[in-house]
Design a protein around this ligand. Structure first.
Ligand code: ATP
Ligand code: MG
Length: 417
């Protein structure tokens, strides 16, 4: 297949915006007679005039050839080997040899045995093994052109997220791609192309077949990158969230008014989290887990009139423990983070009592998770439009409201008197 070639004069990618070390790697490969392309997310981001997170390089040189070209490099990966080239300040440029298929596609023999080979391929095959069209573009250091086998440039112009090839096949090969499609749509604000969207509806249950560690990594990226609200909105719309976390269906479905309210609450918590992340605040995995579970826990806890105080407390404790472990267990989420999420959630009712009494015991304030518990309390109050009690602000002054960015304060000021 002949790709579309966009010459330097017709695209905005300038070498000025390419990482210096990635350029060194590209040039060195090129001067030794190899093809050397910038690939994946970096080309996409440069075309979108964003600053890329990392610059990946692809070449027709084999791993051992790359390795011998760069003194400061090592080959990693057991199945699909790639080369990491190290630079000062712990900087790494990853160089991979063109591949014929994605490392996550399982190739089965007739006997059903899974074959995994380090099968190198052509540039064309390497473009087609990628997930979505806007991630399948190459920037060629030989003449600074963009090479487009997959229609990525026109999709960037049209602003759509589309899988490369038939979406049914691509999701069947690797269902994690559904999460990636949603994350990239959320990030760019581009809608998901109709065929791709319909395929998610058909294949969403396949997500259960993926390895827990990959699911965890891709899902956490949704929550951590400051695009949790749009990502979770799409996860809810497509139902992929319920395929991943079936228990959530009974609280966040859209069958009743209370479920709709829970949805709104859920999304507004992550809206606030996104804004904090975008202004540079780091939210721990425990806080993200706790935020994630809060609306669910509140929705499933019955306010039974005949339950005594102690029974209610026991019920609450058990529900939290069950939720933290049951809902997240299949995802190989780190045990430590889950345990802290449990403590943060448990601390909420203690905080509430302390507020009623008008004083927070020192024992509570000394807990490792105290600040995070106050944080959750504050963010929940803001999402619900309630005011954050003064006593909490006094208890953790520099950790609750003062560092909340101005724009959030402004937006929620009417609640924060
Ligand atoms: P980011 O900017 O978040 O790093 P990215 O597009 O670079 O986004 P990565 O996870 O770093 O995403 O993956 C690098 C590239 O590898 C992608 O651009 C895509 O081309 C390809 N890729 C990643 N995961 C898959 C997958 N599951 N199937 C096919 N191709 C994939
Ligand atoms: Mg990347």
């Amino acid at each position: 297949m002949i790709p579309i070639i966009i010459p330097r004069a017709n695209h905005p990618i300038s070498r000025k915006n390419i990482d210096e070390e990635a350029l060194k790697v590209l040039y060195r490969l090129h001067h030794h007679g190899f093809l050397a392309y910038l690939v994946g997310g970096s080309v996409r981001d440069l075309l979108l005039e964003k600053v890329p997170k990392d610059f990946d390089v692809a070449t027709n040189a084999h791993p051992h050839e790359i390795n011998s070209l760069f003194k400061n490099s090592r080959i990693i990966g057991r199945r699909f080997r790639l080369v990491q080239v190290f630079f000062k300040g712990r900087k790494i440029v990853e160089v991979s040899t063109f591949r014929s298929h994605s490392e996550f596609e399982e190739t089965q023999t007739e006997g059903g045995e899974i074959l995994r080979t380090d099968s190198f391929g052509t540039p064309e095959e390497d473009a087609f093994r990628r997930d979505i069209t806007i991630n399948g573009l190459f920037y060629d250091i030989a003449d600074f052109s963009i090479i487009d086998y997959v229609g990525g440039t026109s999709d960037l112009e049209r602003k759509v997220i589309r899988t490369i090839g038939n979406p049914d096949e691509r999701f069947e090969q690797d269902p994690v791609r559904m999460i990636r499609v949603i994350r990239h749509a959320a990030r760019t604000g581009f809608p998901i192309e109709e065929q791709t969207y319909q395929a998610i509806l058909r294949y969403r249950e396949e997500i259960k077949k993926c390895s827990p560690s990959r699911l965890r990594d891709e899902f956490l990226r949704e929550l951590k990158e400051g695009v949790a609200k749009p990502s979770l909105t799409l996860m809810l719309q497509t139902g992929l969230l319920f395929s991943l976390f079936p228990d959530l269906d009974r609280a966040l479905g859209e069958r009743s008014l209370s479920e709709k309210k829970t949805r709104v609450f859920f999304l507004s918590l992550f809206d606030l989290a996104d804004q904090l992340i975008k202004t540079g605040k780091l939210l721990s995995e425990s806080i993200l887990f706790a935020l994630f579970l809060t609306p669910f826990l509140q929705a499933v806890t019955p306010l039974h009139p005949f339950l005594g105080k102690r029974e209610k407390y026991l019920y609450w404790t058990q529900t939290i423990r069950w939720a933290v472990h049951q809902i997240f267990t299949p995802f190989a989420f780190p045990r430590g983070a889950r345990e802290t999420a449990y403590q943060i959630l448990m601390a909420q009712s203690i905080l509430k009592k302390a507020i009623q009494r008008g004083f927070i015991p020192k024992k509570m304030r000394m807990k490792k998770y105290f600040k995070e518990a106050v944080f959750l309390f504050g963010i929940e109050a803001q999402a619900k439009g309630e005011k954050v009690p003064r006593i909490l602000r006094n208890a953790a002054p520099s950790d609750l409201l003062p560092w909340w960015p101005k724009e959030i304060k402004k937006r929620y000021r009417r609640f924060d008197r």
